[in-house]
Design a protein around this ligand. Structure first.
Ligand SMILES: [Fe+2]
Ligand SMILES: [Fe+2]
Length: 204
């Protein structure tokens, strides 16, 4: 069988669906490659006006996370947190979170899902909007992680002089995350708060 015969799903046979299943499994394995392809598009198809592209912003956020000793979930999340900017600019945070949700810790996915509201702290007042939108989420166990993610890795990563690692550097980490078993409770770690790594403080 090269393709199924049916033209409406309700007419498909068991044999046809058994034929489709391994093809779909193979397609899922290609997710990481498609995510990376979309990231590369953010070099050119980017939000104008900033000093750096959206790809460079993601690389810078990921590099900062990596250099601060963050775990792989944080690093890959920092890299991908704005991947929705092209296709879902009005809800890019939730778009990115849904891509990550099957493969990552709940704390990290929640942070990506809400980062746009938390980022408003840095600029919304200039438009006459509510700078304190993040207060809506004060009761979440992940509130402080999202505050720290935005402060340390997101709002700070628009600097053209910061020396980032290349996309190639992070590709094995992206591959590793997307090769996990989807929706595995051991990966999702629901309700677990780890926070961001402690920052080294200068000796007095
Ligand atoms: Fe964002
Ligand atoms: Fe961002």
């Amino acid at each position: 069988m090269k393709t199924v015969d049916f033209v409406a799903m309700k007419d498909g046979t068991r044999e046809e669906y058994l034929f489709l299943k391994p093809l779909e499994d193979e397609h899922i394995k290609g997710t990481a490659a498609r995510v990376i392809r979309e990231l590369r598009l953010q070099e050119e198809e980017t939000l104008p006006g900033y000093k750096i592209s959206r790809l460079a912003h993601g690389l810078q956020a990921a590099t900062r996370a990596y250099r601060e000793g963050a775990d792989i979930d944080w690093v890959v999340a920092a890299l991908l947190h704005d991947i929705g900017d092209g296709l879902a600019p009005q809800n890019h945070d939730r778009f990115a979170a849904e891509i990550l949700r099957p493969y990552m810790r709940e704390e990290v996915v929640w942070t990506v899902e809400h980062h746009a509201a938390f980022q408003m702290y840095y600029y919304a007042h200039h438009y006459g909007w509510n700078q304190h939108e993040r207060e809506k989420y004060r009761d979440s166990i992940y509130y402080q992680s999202c505050v720290d993610f935005c402060e340390r890795w997101d709002q700070s990563s628009f600097d053209p002089d910061y020396k980032t690692e290349s996309l190639d550097y992070f590709i094995p980490m992206v591959m590793e995350v997307f090769s996990r078993r989807a929706h595995d409770p051991a990966v999702q770690q629901k309700g677990v708060v780890r926070g961001l790594p402690m920052l080294a403080t200068a000796a007095e």
